[in-house]
Design a binder for this molecule. Structure first.
Ligand code: NDP
Length: 252
């Protein structure tokens, strides 16, 4: 159950999926530092509680909601629980993502569906559920974490690229539908960022990719969090339907 925020100093109510590690942990930490109450979501309760303890010790306001985003009923209960306990939802960051890589000739239906379910369908269902409370508040920020792969494709990632490209089309459509209600919808598209996901890639592949980047290094999770923090802020009020690549120049 999501605990209610206990301070009247809270700026906004934010929900970050995939907040147990990597980019999601950095995004949640930054949004809490910005003064928002942040609901942390991932499957591992222990892992989000550890992130919550760090945020709390730095003076942030946080709650944990373990949830498997591939379970429709659990996703419905997640949003209902947050709105019930916090009274509203202002910022939604769909960051949780998985990979099930394989060349197209060998990619199974299960691996295609698993990636679409977690990376795209869950984001769709959360955006849909968040739209009503955001419309009630006449303010909202939907920020979906895509990937440069959703723009340029990548061998071995037909499922992942389809999900991330789908996020872009979905986000642009939502931005057009809800702009009149004070709600913006944008995509942050990371390039190669140092996390468990990139640690799983062959070292040589990462080395070669980094050598081709204008900025010649992996990105930091905090650099993605900075982009999300900006898009979630008042300063980004006139930006919607945008794909912000944070990629060391990969797409440039
Ligand atoms: P990690 O693998 O480090 O973390 C993934 C997060 O998603 C974890 O918190 C995991 O928690 C959560 N998650 C996975 N499946 C589910 C599920 N079914 N239900 C709930 N939570 C789930 O990934 P990164 O931090 O590297 O990536 C974060 C996002 O950024 C992803 O969408 C990824 O595609 C994107 N991205 C990352 C890049 C990079 O270079 N790292 C580059 C481009 C895009 P748990 O296992 O506890 O459920």
């Amino acid at each position: 159950m999501t605990a209610a925020p206990d301070s009247d100093q809270i700026q906004r109510i934010a929900l970050v999926t995939g907040a147990s590690r990597g980019l999601g942990k950095a995004i949640a930490t930054q949004l809490a530092a910005d003064g928002h109450h942040v609901v942390l979501v991932a499957r591992s309760a222990d892992a989000i509680e550890a992130v919550a303890a760090d945020i709390t010790s730095s003076g942030g306001s946080v709650a944990c909601h373990p949830c498997d985003l591939s379970d429709d009923a659990a996703v419905d209960a997640l949003l209902e629980g947050v709105v019930e306990s916090c009274g509203r939802l202002d910022i939604l960051v769909n960051n949780a993502g998985i990979t099930r890589d394989g060349l197209i000739l060998r990619m199974s239906d299960e691996d295609f569906d698993a990636v679409i379910t977690t990376n795209l369908r869950a984001a769709f269902r959360l955006c849909r559920a968040a739209a009503r409370p955001m419309m009630r508040g006449r303010w909202g920020r939907m920020i979906n974490i895509g990937s440069v792969v959703g723009v340029m494709g990548n061998p071995g990632q037909a499922n992942y690229a389809a999900a991330k490209a789908g996020l872009i089309g979905m986000t642009k459509s939502i931005g057009k539908e809800l702009g009149g209600k004070g709600i913006t919808a944008n995509v942050v598209a990371p390039g190669f960022i140092g996390t468990d996901m990139t640690d799983a890639l062959p070292e040589q592949l990462v080395k070669e990719a980094v050598a081709k980047l204008p900025l010649k290094r992996l990105g930091l999770p905090e650099e993605i969090a900075n982009a999300v923090s900006f898009l979630a802020s008042e300063k980004a009020a006139y930006i919607t339907g945008h794909v912000l690549a944070v990629d060391g120049g990969l797409l440039s």
